[in-house]
Design a protein around this ligand. Structure first.
Ligand code: FES
Ligand SMILES: [Fe+2]
Length: 458
């Protein structure tokens, strides 16, 4: 008997033919993992990390209203081009700074002209005389709420946590990879961040949503189910491999999540498994950032070039196809006929009900990372700061999202076992070189994969 817990805490039988009546009510939302506003347990946890909050190209001469982690904010540039991220409402009488004027030294409120620096300092209170004591006192004791900002490759990142817990800005190996052309993009989702993030550790959805069920949105090779394996490392890094047979080739596609919300995968269009590929890198380097409890935006760099996706996809539409296999905005009927990620995850509702899911072995990656996030949230509540990606290595942070395709025919023997063995060999090479300097690691892995291909598994 499958029991469902209802709001009033009764167990009812969810396994009755035509028994929709028994499971029609709503069950509890997993508040601990899904609520992100100030003061919530997960909101506190997420506020220990740098997050992208805007595309630099969207930030022009006018202030840009942005909403992040349930907070209404305004992003702006001062005269020297420095970006500031501040609370939306002016500390005088709450006018919105989205209507402020960007000036050399900061942003000026439209209502009575108070001027604010990027760090929230009140620089001027021009509506009172210079010698007015009350105004001087307010200026000395009050600030506009502000957050530190860091720009990189066309994305504007912010840290919204306690100033004394601010971590170093994390730089991933992919950011310094030679020959990659990068295109910043964003994809909005009208649902909770967790259900969007889940897809990265769900390699099976690629086979069904992106191939067999909707239509072939990436390549034919992806319609194969493959052998799955999940990895959990360092308290914050999760990986899922899907190893498929394509003719004489073995294709190991590796998706990764670095907590809380950094994601990479294999390429979207660069490989279909028919040609050898040695540690081809992720189609995107992407963060799923909560806007509030029921909205999120995936901010990303799409990666093009020999190690990324083909340069002809380096367009706005190409980035949307890389993100989810279909354009983001489509007629409803087309979304019904050929659903993609937006349809799958928004269709769950604004915040999906974890209590109503029935997780299977193929969902193991999702269980692992949810469990870990919950633990880190509890630890933070008890005073222990969560781990940072900058703690994973010296210098740039090694990442794994990739495709490897090797010609490895299986002359005789159990195909499942062969694919699992091939995956283990590829992964031990990748995991074993984690501590190497980035360039050395990269060539070591590529060389090792070529040797594995020429020597075979024997
Ligand atoms: S409300 Fe902003 S200066 Fe008065
Ligand atoms: Fe997807």
């Amino acid at each position: 008997m499958a029991l469902i817990k209802t709001d009033d805490d009764q167990d009812i039988d969810g396994n009755t033919a035509y028994g929709g009546y028994y499971s029609a009510g709503s069950v509890e939302i997993d508040d601990e993992l899904t609520r992100v506003g100030p003061g919530t347990p997960c909101g506190e946890y997420l506020r220990r990390y740098w997050h992208p909050v805007a595309l630099a190209q969207d930030l022009g001469e006018l202030p840009l209203p942005v909403r992040v982690l349930g907070e209404d904010l305004v992003l702006f540039r001062n005269g020297s081009g420095q970006a500031g991220l501040v609370h939306k409402n002016c500390p005088h009488r709450r006018a919105s700074l989205e209507f402020g004027i960007c000036e050399d030294r900061g942003i000026r409120c439209c209502y009575h002209g108070w001027l604010f620096d990027v760090d929230g300092t009140i620089l001027e209170i021009p509506c009172e005389r210079e010698d007015n004591e009350v105004a001087r006192k307010v200026q000395a004791t009050t600030r506009l709420g502000a957050y530190p900002v860091h720009e990189m490759n066309g994305l504007v990142f912010a840290y919204m946590g306690p100033p004394d817990a601010r971590p170093e800005f994390p730089v991933y190996d992919i950011c310094e990879m030679e020959g990659l052309e990068i295109r910043p993009y964003k994809a909005p989702f009208d649902c909770n961040w967790m259900q969007v993030l889940d897809a990265i550790l769900d390699p099976v959805h690629t086979t069904f949503l992106h191939s067999q069920v909707s239509r072939q949105q990436f390549s034919e090779g992806m319609s194969e189910l493959g052998e799955l394996k999940f990895y959990e490392r360092d308290d914050m890094r999760f990986m899922g491999t899907n190893t498929r047979r394509v003719g004489d080739n073995v294709w190991v596609r590796l998706n990764e999540l670095i907590l809380p919300n950094f994601t990479q995968a294999g390429a979207a269009f660069a490989t279909d498994g028919t040609k050898s590929r040695y540690f081809g890198r992720s189609a995107f380097t992407r963060w799923v950032v909560p806007i509030d409890d029921t909205h999120c935006i995936a901010y990303a760099w799409a990666n093009f070039g020999e190690r990324g996706d083909p340069p002809e996809y380096n367009t706005d539409l190409g980035a949307e196809l890389i993100e989810q296999g279909e354009p983001l905005i489509r007629p409803y009927e087309e979304r019904q006929r050929h659903p993609a990620d937006v349809e799958a995850v928004e269709g769950m509702g604004p915040i999906t009900e974890h209590a109503r899911e029935n997780l299977l072995p193929c969902d193991r990656g999702i269980s692992l990372f949810r469990r870990r996030v919950r633990r880190l949230i509890h630890e933070l509540r008890d005073g222990k700061e969560p781990p940072q990606p900058t703690g994973l290595a010296e210098g740039t942070i090694p990442t794994y999202g990739s495709d490897t395709v090797l010609r490895l025919p299986n002359e005789n023997g159990d195909e499942h076992a062969f694919l699992r063995e091939a995956n283990d060999r590829v992964m031990s090479l990748k995991l074993g070189s984690e501590a190497m300097p980035p360039r050395e690691r990269d060539s070591h892995i590529i060389e090792g994969l070529k040797q594995l291909e020429s020597g075979g598994l024997g």
